[in-house]
Design a protein around this ligand. Structure first.
Ligand SMILES: [Fe+2]
Ligand SMILES: [Fe+2]
Length: 451
């Protein structure tokens, strides 16, 4: 008999379609978007119908970025879906995040182009989502929109939020860290198993993401120490729309796991089914989102979302070729001298094969991928980083070819001095190897031992 189970979804990014998701401005916006917009209402409807009807559990957790970008209408629409879950007897616990409030929000229409719609302020979120966590909480930190809920006998959820003001956005402030310690100690004293839910990852989803400051919460290392050393050894996160499970052992020897779940509205579009077997054993299973009502031109829903992800990458490469200036601007690179380099690389990427590339680099290419276009190789690599269980491992044609390149040019990689989000120097060879291939915990299905 397990202690409890629940479905966890995240980054629902619900967008009320009546606000408009059409026209030229919409198409332009979507060229570089990883997530759906017009489809989000249909996807959310399908996911919530499934969750309302499932007999596997009566508990649903949602880890933030509930609305697309903080549109008031989107929140109202989303709360209707949450209420439907409640009517079916489900207990719903949510946290909000950065995409749930905004100064300015937009809709897109053929007539008006990109136009302003009513936005939601952060101080409205407590009341809006009061019924879905705060109301039945046993402790509330209203300033930080955080709470503790008794989700089952012996199991407590520590629902955390840290994106209030600019200072809070920098990570958990001291006041919040104290509150976390207090709640964790209380849970331990009372013999309760406690785990956390926080929108922003505390461990980098994949090694390469440890180089991107927005991919990991600020001062995450400190937060991990505080949580793990106070007996909270597991956090569920979202935000980067990637699927991963990572672990770390603190200096005091305590284990910590970050289970990051992808968005339901972007590839790999999945949901977690979690069983807390006992105080120290958690079973994680991953399920694809259900089919939704949308014309996918005959494609499977999985393929449709995967192609959408690829088109974002391919559009970026295309833009490198056709509009290098705009691409530099998008990436925040100010060096004008890179413009012709970007243009040149963009042009080459359009037609060069993996074989030609490896020959230029004086490295042997695996026979079976010789004809593959380099841009398709890059696409697969990036898609893998987000999908998890990355396939380009040692022993595969792609993995072996990539590793040959990395080994040959490791003398250059060694000269590039980079630090990760924890401020530690990185071994670029190892970082790239483990980003292209997953050698660690299965990112989809795993049994976690918390002690
Ligand atoms: Fe998100
Ligand atoms: Fe986010």
């Amino acid at each position: 008999m397990s202690l409890c189970n629940f479905y966890l979804i995240t980054d629902t990014h619900f967008f009320k379609n009546s606000l408009g998701a059409f026209g030229e401005a919409y198409d332009e916006f979507m060229r570089f978007e990883q997530k759906c917009l017009a489809e989000t209402e249909a996807i959310n409807n399908a996911v919530f119908s499934f969750l309302a009807e499932t007999e596997k559990t009566d508990t649903i957790l949602i880890a933030g970025d509930l609305s697309f970008n903080g549109e008031k209408e989107s929140h109202i629409g989303f709360i209707k879906l949450l209420n439907k879950l409640k009517e079916k007897g489900k207990k719903v616990f949510v946290v909000t995040a950065g995409h749930d409030f905004n100064d300015t929000c937009y809709g897109y229409s053929s007539e008006k182009g990109k136009y302003k719609v009513e936005a939601t302020k952060r101080n409205e979120l407590f009341d809006l989502y009061y019924e879905f966590g705060f109301k039945d909480a046993i402790a509330v930190d209203k300033k930080h929109l955080s709470y503790v809920a008794q989700i089952a006998d012996g199991v407590r959820l520590l629902a955390l939020n840290n994106d209030g003001s600019d200072e809070i956005k920098e990570g958990f402030d001291n006041e919040q860290l104290e509150w976390i310690k207090e709640q964790a100690n209380k849970a331990a004293e009372e013999g309760q198993m406690m785990f956390a839910m926080n929108h922003y990852p505390l461990l980098a989803g994949q090694p390469i993401l440890s180089l991107i400051s927005s991919a990991v919460q600020k001062n995450a290392a400190e937060a991990v120490e505080v949580l793990a050393d106070s007996g909270v050894n597991l956090v569920f996160t979202g935000h980067m729309h990637n699927q991963s499970i990572n672990e770390k052992t603190t200096e005091s020897g305590n284990k910590f796991y970050d289970v990051c779940t992808g968005s339901i509205i972007a590839a790999p579009a999945s949901m977690r089914f979690v069983t807390i077997e006992d105080k120290y054993t958690v079973d994680i299973k991953t399920e694809p989102i259900p089919d939704f009502e949308w014309d996918t031109n005959g494609k499977s829903f999985k393929q449709y979302l995967s192609d959408m992800f690829d088109s974002m990458i391919l559009n970026m490469l295309e833009d490198m070729r056709d509009n290098p200036e705009r691409m530099l601007h998008k990436l925040g690179i100010k060096n004008e001298k890179l413009k012709p380099v970007f243009g040149f690389v963009g042009k080459k990427l359009d037609s060069i094969t993996v074989d030609k590339t490896t020959r230029l680099l004086a490295v042997k290419c695996d026979e079976s991928i010789k004809k593959m276009l380099l841009k398709d190789f890059i696409c697969k690599l990036v898609r893998d980083v987000f999908s998890g269980n990355q396939t380009m491992k040692e022993g595969t044609p792609e993995g072996d070819t990539l590793l040959r390149v990395l080994r040959r040019y490791n003398f250059i990689l060694k000269r590039i001095k980079l630090k990760n989000t924890d401020g530690e120097p990185v071994d670029l060879f190892e970082l790239l190897k483990h980003s292209a291939g997953n050698y660690g915990i299965d990112d989809y299905n795993a049994v976690l031992k918390l002690n």
